[in-house]
Design a protein around this ligand. Sequence first.
Ligand code: ZN
Length: 404
Amino acid sequence: MNQIKQPEIGEILTKDASSHLLGAFCGGSSLRTLIVLGSVHGNETSGTRAIERIVPKLENIKEKLNGRVFLIAGNTRALKAEKRFIDADLNRHFTEQRLRDSLPDSPVAPKCSEDLEMRELLEIFNAVLSSAREEVFVLDLHSTSAEGAPFGTVGDTLRNREFTLKFPITFLLGIEEQLDGTILEYLNNRGAVTLGFEAGQHAAKSSIDNHEALIWLALKNSEVLPEISKVDVSEYRKILKASTGDRKVLEIRYRHAIKPEDEFSMLPGFENFQPVERGQLLANQKSGPVTAPESGVIMMPLYQKQGEDGFFIAREISRFWLGVSRILRKLNVADLIHLLPGVNRVEGEFGTFEVNTRVARFFPLQIFHLLGFRKRRWHGTKLIVTRRNFDTVSPFQNEIFVNK
Ligand SMILES: [Zn+2]
């Protein structure tokens, strides 16, 4: 493949890290950045296929860019083996402990294939983020084993929402709350604006088309491809609109977590966005039948062997509540949350609160979501919530550079 590297980044990377870099472009005076990740899951090849299509096209218009673009292959070893992962899911691998173990001066040696992949990606992220002086946008391109329309998966910060609303796509909020160690959660915590995208079924040609369309719109929406460039992306907007239909915003309500020994088997025929009723039989596993714990729409039903999520259930959120949440977050109402009965700060953990749900039973998790908190864990009847980092303010607005 045609590899074009921004000299200053390409030159400081090790050989293994630079093998992830499928393309790098830099133009104009702006230092805003767009990072595109493809095939973080190695069996989801449509993301890197779309990147391969775009590299020669960007080469033709590179003098029109005003910012930096990095096109990156995620799990390179799994991509070669055409598997979701080799030893462990790379998109659950970026946990606090492993991030500490992966620091350049860490004495901990890599133990598996994904430890190596993670260290190589961190090398690139560190090089890109430490040289960023304006907003950094990240796309993470995925596909699903089930059929169905494409959709975005968005960590629920106001900055992520506002970026995503510029795309004509349906999106799911709050998936990061259900999963530990995702790459986008890590990049959000470092101040990037992120958008995950499920383009359709793994093998569908339309998944490559949808990914390519998303990347072109991201170039425009991040302003790395400025208005004055006169590059027309309306054709790509049409492609995404046609495959999405009416745009909706949904919130994840439930995740059915599975392990290989559960012998989970989804009933055939479920598609993304298919409505399900509470109590409806969805799957079977060793322990017995699996039914829907609540009504909603089913998302990402698992029809492949590897994976830790059997299915998700989501529900639509109205524009009204999105607007209310925006206002409450901008007003920093969360700063007053400790004044409520049954809500206490957790010492030593910034922005973290313990909610005694016996006392504060009128403030369910949804209220905390509105204010910009995410659930961390349950501790008996106590709910631990944390404010999301960089929810309303960019690190570049306050010149806080997060280069850990
Ligand atoms: Zn994936």
